[in-house]
Write a protein that binds this ligand. Sequence first.
Ligand code: DGJ
Length: 755
Amino acid sequence: MCNLIYKTNTNEFHLTNGNLSYILKVLDNGNLGHIYFGKPIKINDSYVNLYRKGRHLTVESEDGVPAGGIKPDFMCEYAQYGTGDYTEGAFQLKQPNGSIVTDFKYMSHEIVKGKPKLMSGKMPATYGNDCQTLVITLVDKLIDVRLVLYYTIFEKYNIITRSAKFINGNADDMKLTRALSASIDFDSADFELLQLDGSWLRERHINISKLRYGSQRVGSSRGASSAIHNPFIALQTPGTTEYSGEIYGFNLVYSGNFTADVEVTPHDLTRVLFGINPYGFEWNLRKGEEFQTPELVMAYSQNGVTEMSQHFHNLYLNNLIRGDWQYKVPPTLINNWEATYFDFTEEKILDIAKAAKEIDIELFVLDDGWFGKRDKDDSSLGDWFPDTAKLPDGIIGLSKKINSIGLKFGLWFEPEMVCPVSKLHEEHPDWVISIPGRHRTLQRTQSVLDFSKKEVVDNIYEQMKKVIDGSAIEYIKWDMNRNITEPMSAFLDADSQGELMHRYILGVYDLYDRLTNEFPNILFESCASGGGRYDPGMLYYAPQTWASDDSDAMERLKIQYGTSLAYPIKSIGAHVSASPNHQVLRNTSINTRANVAYFGTFGYELDATKLSDEDKAMIKKQIKYFKDHAELIHFGDFYRLQSPFIGDGNDVAWMSVSKDKSKAFLGAYQVLGRPNPVYKRLKLKGLDKDAQYKISGVKGVFYGSDLMDVGFYNKVDFGGNNWDIYAPVREENAFEGILGAGDFSSKVFVIEKIK
Ligand code: DGJ
């Protein structure tokens, strides 16, 4: 086992794997001080040379002794408020006397191989043996509370994960009103903040801004991590590109309310605070009880954004995603949502399935509308039994019929919801999250079930199990189409209402845990009005997430590009849908639609009975083509080449390169045709510079170094003359040749090393 954590005689801990260093110290007064996080530092007897000099955020008492807290030389490690540090702290523990001031001092530490489970496995987290964990226990003797800090460093990734646990040994009850996963101080304010923002249909768009003094934050108080801000932020040095500059990425393994707060002091110290959103949060820490925070994943790269992403991707592929589907390419599916919405009969479904079989699709997914009496979105959520008016032989019968056509069968659920018009609601009106006497805000005519209550989770589990048992379900799409309003539980006392939002998410994890254990062969895809809950917490249970309800190829360029900053390509739910597209009414060719969806799970979301013969023939080719390259796309290293967020974003390109660099799969896209454009080369990445490669449809043999340093011409040189010669180039040769002229054109290229 390689040694990743070093302790010096000066009580400094150095976490390093040769690619990054994280250094902290037990100070003379017993508090923890932060020294450094960033480029790898050589192993040394002491890191006194790295101590921060000068004033920052702490005060000294009059006698020159630090006022209980941190000395000016040090930054804070899991910052505590009230003893000299005036920047907001990582936690707030309300004690019986009303004070929120703590003074946690070092008690003990251990260095363990691997990684202890979070909350005995009740919360999602990364796992593995290829890592070491530093566990530091601190104690505030006055109040008899222990604080345990976990730091895991992975051998092969530029990643450190963090979590904190509070244990109350006191005779009195306390309240945690803030319990973030980490605070990280930086000895510089020279950063830009990168965040992934959006909304329904335009999730995870990249935004970058210069840090300013004071606090800047993103977060969610919706009960879900949300499409508005992803629980991912990064700090990067100004001018950082995909391939240069320093970047620190932070991603919370959590699907509920979160905060990501960056505070800059006028002495140029930057503090990142990340964890459960303290707004509305209040957790009773009764005698003998403990509370553990979700895990924060921190990645570092000194070579730009793509390298940071690759570390997240590898960690999530190998040490977060689990189960039978972890290393498998999912079957190519067809989903009936955009084909029929709620308006279907069994006959229609079987017709689509038959047409899908003819074009080599492998899995049919029945979306919303199969249960209760759900002909539109105003009833039946919570009633998980088939509507026999639509499906005379139920789900068992339908799934068998689909199987006999030669397709696997998948089904949609929205487990966390209930409609006022439903049997479940009739029987259990108090299972809804709501406030007695207040108006219940409905969204999409539905309410959120109180998953903080075990009995509610049990009921939904039993209902789902009944549908799955005996049927041939091999895939489940787990949807979630509204956020929480009027947060209040009928089952929590007045003093515990602040626990609801966290308990709700723990209930969601509990249901996921039970279902994935009971049905390990089923492939789960999470979904929340599209990508409204795209986070590592979900990926722990479901290896793929429907990235967005926007299935338009051009819109997907931005969505998938932004998503790839933290999340692996294999996790990105992506389908070819009908043209004109249902969200933006845009017409794009079937080639371009597939060329974008290849960089994801790859499936179809259209009425297969309405396809032209030409499209059918093309889809058969696409499926074969994807299958031939899926391993490379899903498990290769992903490189972003041209960003839809830079300049006019008109040219976009990305590629996956096999680990041994022998093969690559490149996607290149042009949003609009431009008049008389500049003829430019596209530079590639990740190839073996000394090897020779050929590119599908492109004449010549190229050295890797040429492709990376000089590039190649990936488009036709169309300057506006002879349109009739160039126009056909757009649509022909889906798999060969260079990118055609005109709007929404695209091409994928296979790049292979010459033996
Ligand atoms: C939202 C999802 O994102 C869609 O794909 C579809 O499943 C609908 N919900 C069904 O209500």
